[in-house]
Design a protein around this ligand. Structure first.
Ligand code: CP
Ligand code: NVA
Length: 306
């Protein structure tokens, strides 16, 4: 039923620090065009989506193709999962056909169950709890701009304590940089993920965005209402007043600071037009880097790359 051989990427800590860094190196080599191998030749990735996506869908599909493989887009609207077939049955059936599964969904227990019952690698393409592939792209973008040594960085998160914030905490836990999280009361990140990160990294939590951004090398935000929280949008707009990343807030970041946003962005809500389109913004490189990091993750998990 389970395969001890299959390794998964459901959360940043599924990789050791060394594995994370090697994956980022491999992604950078791929981006430079220095990786001619096709480790997914003859292999297929199943991509299950119960939520919308532009970047994740396209980058996984294109990335699989570039590594010599084939990707299947499986919307939950079309497969039996959407009509109630259990995850554990889907896992065992898909494992007979494909060589890896990427899933984007709501409940984080779903990819965990896929991994438990399937026998092929499972990659988390976003859950309500975590978005690890995005953070890998963010780390790659940071290294391109601020150098390979991530340990001395000050990273600011301004906004919701959501799947992105939780994954930043996991990255700080593994890599040891300073992370400052500013969120409104009632929007804290996951308590156990926060506690674990505090064991290995300097973590500052505050309700004051200026405190988080002061002297930061990276300023990062995300939508105030994530997928599945659309009905809370009006309340959240009120609760997040004062949490917009604009030029005034960016002025207190370090001189070399960059701005990141996983996208899609809501201009005039969590980020101003000036910052998103401004000289410190690296959001388009960040989006592109999804392709490279995910290829590196797939090459490791499905293609035997080290
Ligand atoms: N950042 C991100 O995951 O984008 P999509 O929702 O378009 O996949
Ligand atoms: N926090 C956002 C990220 C989208 C890529 C969401 O979950 O909708």
């Amino acid at each position: 039923m389970t395969s001890p051989a299959a390794r998964h990427f459901l959360a940043i800590p599924d990789f050791t620090r060394e594995e994370l860094l090697r994956t980022l190196e491999l992604a950078a080599a791929m981006k430079r065009g220095e990786y001619p191998e096709r480790p997914l030749a003859g292999k297929t990735l199943a991509m299950i989506f119960t939520k919308s996506s532009t970047r994740t869908r396209v980058s996984f599909e294109v990335g699989t193709y570039q590594l010599g493989g084939h990707a299947l887009f499986l919307s939950s609207r079309d497969i039996q999962l959407g009509r109630g077939e259990p995850i554990r049955d889907t896992a065992r059936v898909l494992s007979r056909f494909v060589d890896g599964i990427m899933i984007r969904t709501f409940d984080h227990r779903d990819p965990e169950e896929l991994a438990r019952y399937g026998s092929v690698p499972v990659i988390n393409g976003l859950t309500d709890l975590l978005h690890p592939c995005q953070i890998m792209a963010d780390l790659m973008t940071i290294r391109e701009n601020l150098g390979d040594d991530l340990s001395g960085l000050k990273v600011a998160w301004v906004g919701d304590g959501n799947n992105m914030a939780n994954s930043w905490l996991n990255a700080a836990y593994r890599l040891g940089f300073e992370l400052r999280l500013a969120y409104p009361p009632g929007y804290a990140p996951d308590a156990s993920i926060l506690d674990r990160a505090r064991g290995t990294a300097r973590i500052v939590v505050t309700h004051d965005p200026r405190e988080a951004v002061e002297g930061a090398d990276v300023v990062n935000t995300d939508v105030w209402a994530s997928m599945g929280q659309e009905e809370e949008s009006a309340q959240r707009e009120r609760d997040f007043a004062g949490f917009r990343v604009d030029d005034t807030l960016m002025a207190s970041a370090s001189d070399r600071s960059i701005f990141l946003h996983c996208l899609p962005a809501h201009r005039g809500e969590e980020v101003s037009e000036e910052v998103l389109e401004g000289p410190r913004s690296r959001v388009w490189d960040e989006a592109e880097n999804r392709l490279h990091v995910q290829k590196a993750i797939m090459a490791r998990l499905m293609g035997g790359a080290e």
